[in-house]
Design a protein around this ligand. Structure first.
Ligand SMILES: [Zn+2]
Ligand SMILES: [Zn+2]
Length: 343
């Protein structure tokens, strides 16, 4: 089979690899669509450390082409989304229901201490418990189940009440999925701050009530004019400056959520008196849980969330390099690879 392989820092090649054979508890999936994510980009650049060679790709969907002897609940021909995040189900975190914080986390092509080959390949082998049937849902939409599950888990973290005012800083693919997720979950007013015109317009299209260009207008002043209070501020960029901005926005009793991935060695300034006196919360969110993945597939299947507008670039496996180059320039939004279309 063909696979896109990271062989070193900033080195990617499409290679012929042996097609995996599923073990007793695994299924073999022919990958029909796999989204490109900032995590892939960081693995490519070495800013997320991985051991090479590695096949990345963790936002995927496809069709089952073989099942292991012990697998009975799915069958060849089933259309499925792949949950790449595999907890051990045995450590203290897993037993406490926090599988996303598992101490022995394995990821199929994504970020984890243990990474196995991912879905930028014609075929990928997956433990049977980590596929979710998608019915007739288009593969390229089903490939959003992973990032959407991360967004749903994030919303679980902040305790959203219906009618709450939410400010989202950053309208990349994740910021835009968060807009849709918060809306579906009952947010009252959604305000998005984003300097790139195309992304700001799309935020409006997918459900933001107000959009702000922070290069043109002062975000805090604009928010003061628009709404009485801010309940939740979400940082979906991953920069210290925008985290400080997000942290300054919630009203007393409000919450700041850090979703963007900040560089590991940065710090931000907070005023502990404000946290104390205003009962502010500062919350993190990491990855997804098996439960949020199942819910993500349902929301996609029922079209509560339609990610199609987020897809700006589509490639065969050979186009992954182009996708990374585009991400370097922040061009376009979601890039989707169709590994089974490679020649
Ligand atoms: Zn991702
Ligand atoms: Zn565990």
């Amino acid at each position: 089979m063909k696979a896109a392989v990271l062989t070193d820092n900033c080195t990617l090649s499409v290679e012929e690899r042996e097609r995996p054979t599923p073990s007793d508890n695994e299924v073999l999936v022919q990958v029909k669509a796999c989204g490109v994510c900032m995590t892939d980009y960081h693995m490519y650049h070495g800013t997320f450390p991985v051991s090479y060679p590695l096949i990345p790709g963790h936002e995927s969907a496809g069709e089952i082409v073989a099942v292991g002897d012990a697998v009975s609940d799915v069958t060849v021909g089933d259309r499925v989304a792949i949950n790449p995040s595999i907890p051990c189900n045995q450590c203290g975190q897993c037993i406490n229901g926090k599988e996303n914080l598992c101490e022995n986390f394995t990821s199929i092509g994504g970020a984890a201490d243990r990474i196995i080959d991912g879905a930028f390949a014609e075929y990928v082998s997956v433990p049977a418990g980590y596929i979710e049937p998608i019915g007739e849902l288009a593969f390229e939409k089903a490939a959003f189940a992973e990032p959407l599950a991360c967004c749903l888990h994030a919303i679980d973290q902040v305790g959203l009440n219906s009618g709450d005012t939410v400010v989202i800083i950053g309208a990349g693919p994740i910021g835009l999925l968060l807009v849709q997720s918060f809306r579906t979950n009952g947010a009252g007013t959604i305000i998005v701050s984003e300097p790139v015109d195309e992304r700001r317009y799309l935020a409006r299209d997918v459900g933001a009530d107000f959009v702000v260009d922070p290069g043109e207008t002062d975000l805090t002043e604009t928010i003061d004019v628009l709404v009485e209070r801010v309940d939740i501020a979400v940082e979906a960029v991953g920069l210290p400056e925008t985290i400080e901005t997000a942290q300054s926005l919630p009203s007393a009793g409000g919450t700041t959520l850090i979703f963007g991935v900040p560089p590991q060695d940065t710090t931000v300034e907070i005023n502990p008196f404000d946290i104390y006196y205003d009962e502010l919360e500062l919350v993190g969110t990491f990855s997804l849980t098996p439960n949020s993945f199942v819910r993500a597939v349902t929301l996609l299947q029922r079209e509560r969330i339609d990610p199609a507008a987020l897809i700006t670039d589509e490639y065969a496996l050979e186009g992954l390099q182009d996708a990374f180059d585009q991400m370097e320039d922040k061009a376009g939004l979601k890039k989707v690879i169709y590994p089974s279309d490679s020649d």
